[in-house]
Design a protein around this ligand. Sequence first.
Ligand SMILES: O=c1ccn([C@H]2C[C@H](O)[C@@H](COP(=O)(O)OP(=O)(O)OP(=O)(O)O)O2)c(=O)[nH]1
Ligand SMILES: [Mg+2]
Length: 148
Amino acid sequence: MKAQIKILDKRISGNMPSYASAGSAGLDLRAAIDEPLTIESGKCELIKTGFALFLNDPSYAAMLLPRSGLGHKHGIVLGNLVGLIDSDYQGELMVSCWNRSDKPYTIEPMERIAQLVIVPVLQPEFEIVEEFQASERGSSGFGSSGRS
Ligand SMILES: O=c1ccn([C@H]2C[C@H](O)[C@@H](COP(=O)(O)OP(=O)(O)OP(=O)(O)O)O2)c(=O)[nH]1
Ligand SMILES: [Mg+2]
């Protein structure tokens, strides 16, 4: 599959998102900011990534996920928890950074703030029915199978 990237911030040219190892699932995204940005405890900031990604195929989407180190050690996760990038989106990729910790955190220009994973998507046809064929679970959920 070939997706198109448009570079919107020239600093990204030398820092193009790329897979760090042969088995990497995610591409790290950088903060295309001009100066350090402090996110206060509990606050969210919408941060530019400096590029646009056009997947141009409804069989794919991209998901933005937190980086584990930033999320676990510093509480920097995503304000929308997960970002979903549509295959027809052509605008700049934006990252909502949420500081869920109790301390301010300063993001440096071009720091890696999140990661992007490209995933397959199905758009099924939906058939309206009166009843479903019975399944083993039926309507049970929300802990119905017990705690352990
Ligand atoms: O973390 C994110 C989430 C979304 N987007 C872009 C790509 C996506 O295709 C578009 C719309 O996202 P979504 O559908 O989740 O947002 P919405 O609030 O429903 O906006 P819209 O009404 O534009 O669909 O915004 C980002 O750049 N970063
Ligand atoms: Mg939407």
